[in-house]
Design a protein around this ligand. Structure first.
Ligand code: 5RP
Length: 220
């Protein structure tokens, strides 16, 4: 097992029969969904809410029941990855372009478990450009307002075309360098008209599972 798989499998141990489970997005969450699929085949009864169309498709392929927010009032436990995590378990997320749904699902979860390999653990956030989801209308003006906060924003592309999120929005990858004050930055970004959400997940993590190359994992 690689480090991502190790972390994902550890997190899935916290899933119990009858739970509503939030499914994250990305290559680490992928392993958690695969493991959940195995456990469902073995008899585990869960219902899930996916943070992306990609993860929803994978879950359905594995015969994991997928529901919507219309069917539940809360999510028991969500397992998702991250692009960076600092010593206070603050995260940068959105490398996969799903930060808005990921934040909605994490905020609605009683327990939010984050799974990473050790390369994601950093002393300070910011080497990974901060993903910010913006509406397409006037995105140039929105990017200008983000730049005024001290970053170089780049509109994300995929296959030479603008990347479009599951919500029909663009992603600006905002290179700030080291994020000295993530809380105030998150508030200032979200105050810009046109910004839908930013990729800083602050004070949300209940459990962090770090997978290591030697097959062990650490809980924090
Ligand atoms: C997607 C995310 C992912 O959780 C993040 O990009 C980490 O992905 P991976 O596990 O592939 O490294 O935030 O929007």
């Amino acid at each position: 097992m690689n480090a991502k798989q190790t972390a994902a499998h550890k997190a899935v141990e916290f899933v119990q029969d009858g739970m509503v489970v939030g499914l994250g997005t990305g290559s680490t969450a992928y392993w958690a969904i695969q493991r959940l699929g195995q456990r469902v085949k073995e008899g585990l009864r869960i219902r899930t809410i996916a943070t992306s169309l990609r993860s929803e498709t994978l879950a359905r392929e594995l015969d994991i029941p997928v529901i919507s927010f219309a069917d539940v009032t809360a999510i028991d436990l969500t397992i998702d990855g991250a692009d960076e995590v600092d010593p206070a378990n603050r995260l940068v997320k959105g490398g996969g372009g799903s930060l808005l749904r990921e934040k909605i699902v994490a905020a609605a979860s009683r327990t939010f478990i984050v799974v990473v390999d050790e390369s994601k653990v950093v002393a300070q956030l910011g080497a990974f450009p901060l993903p910010v989801e913006v509406v397409p209308f006037g995105w140039e003006a929105t990017a200008g307002a983000c730049a005024a906060l001290g970053c170089t924003p780049t509109r994300r592309t995929a296959d030479g075309q603008p990347f479009v999120s599951d919500n029909g929005n663009f992603i600006l990858d905002c290179a700030f360098g080291t994020l000295a004050e993530p809380e105030s930055l998150a508030a200032r970004l979200n105050a810009i008209p046109g910004v839908v959400e930013n990729g800083l997940f602050l004070g949300m993590v209940d459990k962090l599972v770090i997978g290591h190359a030697d097959g062990t994992c650490t809980l924090r």
